[in-house]
Design a protein around this ligand. Sequence first.
Ligand SMILES: Cc1ncc(COP(=O)(O)O)c(C=O)c1O
Length: 373
Amino acid sequence: MIKQKKRIPLFKVFVPKEAEKNVKNTLYSGFLAEGKKVNAFSRKISKYLKNPHVVLTNSCTMAITMAYKIAGVGPNTEVITTPLTCIAGNIPIVSLGAKPIWADICRKTGMVTAENIRPLITKKTRAIYILHKEGSPANLDDIYALKRYNNKIRIVEDAAHAFGAKKNNKKIGSFGDFICFSFQAIKHITTGDGGALLCGNKKDYIKAKKLKWFGIDRDNREGRNVWKEDIPEWGFKGNMNDIAASIGLSQMKYIDWILDKFHQNGRRYDEAFRKTKGIKILERNPNDFQTYWGYTILVKNRDKLIKALNRCNIESGQIHARNDKYSMFKSNKKLQLPNTDWFDKSEIAIPCGWWVSKQTQNFIIEKVKEAVS
Ligand SMILES: Cc1ncc(COP(=O)(O)O)c(C=O)c1O
């Protein structure tokens, strides 16, 4: 048996050498709060994702929370959502006093479908949360069409895994109601912790700018005494700072290279596993560009595979546990989510990113196939 000496991590973040210089310059500049670096990073994101309405935050969780608040999510309202995501998508619903309504997912994609969401829409629905799972764009046309059943509904897209992904050649984030990105420590682009809320219109953008800093607009503060102004609506302490933005800025030069590496590896896995007995791969729309932030396969005996890969020094695992099991959500115990049940038991992610060379990937493919045979 070939022995893999160094452990192959499931996640590894790319930080170029110049990040050191950038951060050092900021550290000794005398200003660490939200300032020039955040503005520069925001402009870069705006240009890259082709949306002028970018608000940088201290996390994606904050971006999602702000999006819900702008959408009118609060006491006595509901958000239709998926249980198969990071709890960052669902905790903000309860923290704002609203109720999550769980929709079942599709076995082929791991994402919620318009068909499953439709019967759950009520007068109380204010938002639909969708995840672009591992950077595979969700079926947005069908999801956005659901707004016709209740004109108060806004769509909150979790694009934490989808920086640079494209739907029909249009970048995720360049259109839609609210699109939330993460720059947390293991994402394509990182600021240590950080995020972005992209809005589909100027009105929401102006509101988002206030919500990220207590309810006050930080722009054009020269000559203004903000403390003399009223704060009609409370906001959060959710802004990004210049240290985080300096790290993010250092990676933007490399973003296409980073995405290309993830994408190429993802495509190679698709080819390698498409016809493998004992493995199901996720269905992907050929008109979209997937970022393959993770690579999930579905197998019968996940624990056996994790153990076998572990013996070969390959890290693997389930990225998100289903959320409806947590008692904080006070879920309806009788809820029938058969696809979620099956998916939650079968999914396992394997290393896919820029750190996985062709040779390493061949090794992983061989070991996965051996373990499921
Ligand atoms: C799908 C998804 N959404 C949201 C988040 C939360 O991101 P953040 O840590 O930036 O709040 C994560 C986190 O890793 C995630 O995987």
